[in-house]
Ligand binder design. Structure first.
Ligand code: GAP
Length: 469
C-alpha cells in the first residue's frame, strides 16, 4: 500500500497503451457489446456478453464474499431503484447532485466544464466561477465556437410513477445505492439486532445522466455500484475511515491489480460531495490517466439526521453499554463492479512472445476468470475422445463454469482460452483412452501435468482453493 500520490500521469505506465485494444477484445470475444447496436447504439450504455456477465458476476461475488460473507459486522440489503421522491430532496441530490455544464453557441454541443482542455488542475472553486469561461478564453473543442457561462446540470434521471404523467408523479432512478441503506437503517438494525459498529452492503444498478460519459464502461449512464455503509459512534468515524482505506486497497491487489497502478487521492475541501466530511479515492492508472476506482467517504451524520428531520422517525441508536442515544456517523466504501471489472480486465492484459509467436493472455485471478476450465479434444474425429471430454465437462460443471471447444487445432484452442483468461485447459488425447489420464495445462506457466480422470475435479478445486488465500 502506498499513500504517495504521483501527479505525473506518465510516471506510471498503464497496463495497456491504447484503450481500443480492450474495447476490440471485449467485442470480439463477447465481454462487452454496445447497447442496441443494430439501431446504431445508445450513448453510454453497454451490454455484457456471455464472458462479460461471468466476469462481472465473479467480481460482485468476490466483493460480497469480502464485505459480507467473511465479516460478522456487515449484512446485505437489496433496496429498490425507485424510492420515495422526497428521499432525494432530503439527501441533497435534488439541490446539489450536479456537474458544471457549458454549451457551444454554434453547434449546441454540451460539455462538462472540468473535462474541457485547459481546465486541468482547476479547483472546484474555480470551476464554480461564472466568469471562468471568459477568464480562460475557453472555446468549443469541436468547432472552436464560443461557450456559454457554466450552469449546474442535475444528473438524476426522472420518470413517472403510475398512469399519470404529471409533476406530482415524478420519481427518480437512484443515482447511488447508499440512500436505500440509510432509509432502512432502523429496519436492518432491529431485525438483525446488530450493535454498533455494523455495516449494510448493497450491490445494484444506479443511474446518472452524465454530461460527458465515455472511456468505454468507465463512465456510463446506467451502471452498478457496490457500496457499503458502516455505522459507527461519532468519535470512531475518523479511525474507522482510516481502517477501510487499506482494506479496500488490498481487495483490489488480492484479485490481481498491480499496486503500482493504484494510488490514494484525497478530495480538496471545495471538491467534496455535498454529504462528505472527508473523501479519499482509490485511483487506478487507466490508459486515459489516473481516475477514480472507488471512493471512501466519511459522511458524518448528514444522511441519518436529515432523514430523521424530514420524516420525524427516530433514527437514533441506543447504546445499551453507555445508555446513550445518538445519531450514528457513516463511513462509506463506494465502488462499482463495472469499473472494477474494467480495471481487472485492463490490468490482466498482456502480450507475450512464445516460440516466435504472439500470445495474448488475460492473467485474470482464477476466481474472476469467466471459465475456470476448458475441456479440449486433441482429435475431434475420435468419438471416444469427444465422449470422454463431455463426461469430464458434465462433472466439472456442477462446481464451476467450464466449456468445451473443438473448433480448431489444439494450439489455437489454447491461445483462445489464454485470451479470455481461462486458468486451466484439460486435453483428452488417444493415450487418455488407454491410461485414463488427461493433460492439465496451466495458463500462466504453460506447464502441463498428467492427471487421472477421476482426480481432475479435485485437482482443479485444490488449485482454486489455493489461490483463494
Ligand atoms: N454513494 C457515494 C457515491 O455514489 P461516487 O464516487 O459518486 O460515490 C461510487 O460513486 C462509485 O460508483 C465510483 O467509484 C464508481 O466505481 C461507480 N460509478 C459512479 N459513477 C459511475 C458511472 N457513471 N459509470 C460507472 N461507474 C460509476
Amino acid at each position: 500500500m502506498t499513500d504517495t500520490p504521483n501527479d505525473d500521469p506518465n510516471a506510471v505506465a498503464p497496463s495497456v497503451e491504447n484503450l481500443e485494444t480492450i474495447v476490440s477484445l471485449s467485442k470480439r470475444r463477447g465481454f462487452v457489446f454496445p447497447s442496441s447496436e443494430i439501431y446504431g447504439g445508445i450513448n453510454a450504455v453497454w451490454d455484457y456478453g456471455p464472458l462479460g456477465v461471468e466476469l462481472k458476476n465473479n467480481v460482485k461475488r468476490a466483493w460480497w464474499r469480502a464485505m459480507v460473507q467473511e465479516r460478522d459486522d456487515i449484512v446485505g440489503l437489496d433496496a429498490g431503484i425507485l424510492m420515495h421522491p422526497q428521499v432525494w430532496v432530503t439527501s441533497g441530490h435534488v439541490a446539489s447532485f450536479s456537474d458544471p455544464l457549458v454549451e457551444c453557441a454554434t453547434d449546441h454541443r454540451r460539455f462538462r466544464l472540468d473535462e474541457l482542455p485547459g481546465t486541468e488542475g482547476l479547483s472546484a472553486t474555480d470551476l464554480g466561477d461564472p466568469t471562468i469561461v471568459q477568464r480562460l478564453g475557453l472555446k468549443c473543442p469541436v468547432d472552436g465556437g464560443p461557450l456559454s457561462a457554466p450552469r449546474r446540470f442535475n444528473l438524476m434521471f426522472k420518470t413517472y410513477m403510475g398512469p399519470v404523467e404529471e409533476d406530482a408523479a415524478i420519481v427518480y432512478l437512484r443515482p447511488e445505492t447508499a440512500q436505500g441503506s440509510y432509509v432502512n437503517f432502523k429496519n436492518v438494525q432491529q431485525s438483525t439486532r446488530k450493535k454498533l459498529p455494523f455495516g449494510i452492503a448493497q450491490v445494484g444498478k444506479s443511474f446518472r445522466n452524465e454530461i460527458s460519459p465515455g472511456n468505454f464502461v468507465f463512465r456510463m449512464r446506467e451502471f452498478e455500484q457496490m457500496e457499503m455503509q458502516y455505522f459507527v459512534r461519532p468519535e470512531e468515524a475518523a479511525r474507522t475511515f482510516d481502517e477501510w482505506l487499506p482494506r479496500r486497497w488490498d481487495w483490489y491487489t488480492r484479485y490481481g491489480v498491480t499496486p503500482e497502478r493504484l494510488r490514494f487521492r484525497e478530495h480538496a475541501p471545495d471538491e467534496l460531495a455535498h454529504y462528505a466530511k472527508k473523501a479519499i479515492d482509490i485511483e487506478y492508472r487507466f490508459p486515459f490517466g489516473w481516475k477514480e476506482l472507488e471512493g471512501i467517504h466519511n459522511r458524518g451524520n448528514f444522511d441519518l439526521s436529515n432523514h430523521q428531520a424530514a420524516t420525524g422517525e427516530n433514527l437514533e441508536y441506543f447504546d445499551p453499554a453507555t445508555e446513550e442515544h445518538f445519531t450514528p456517523w457513516i463511513v462509506e466504501t463506494a465502488g462499482g463492479p463495472d469499473r472494477a471489472a474494467f480495471t481487472f480486465l485492463i490490468d490482466a492484459y498482456r502480450e507475450e512472445e512464445v516460440r516466435g509467436e504472439k500470445r495474448v493472455v488475460l492473467g485474470l485471478h482464477p476466481d474472476l476468470a469467466p471459465y475456470k476450465v476448458a475441456v479440449l479434444p486433441l482429435l475431434k474425429k475420435r468419438p471416444e475422445i469427444v465422449d470422454l471430454c463431455h463426461q469430464i465437462l458434465a462433472d466439472l460443471k456442477h462446481n464451476f463454469m467450464a466449456v468445451y471447444d473443438d473448433t480448431a487445432a489444439i494450439g489455437k484452442l489454447y491461445r483462445r482460452q489464454d485470451e479470455i483468461g481461462t486458468p486451466w485447459c484439460i486435453t483428452v488425447d488417444v493415450e487418455s483412452l488407454e491410461d485414463g489420464a488427461v493433460t492439465v495445462r496451466d495458463r500462466d506457466s504453460m506447464t502441463q501435468e498428467r492427471i487421472p480422470v477421476e482426480r481432475v475435479k479435485a485437482a482443479i478445486l485444490d488449485r482454486l482453493a489455493a489461490v483463494q488465500g
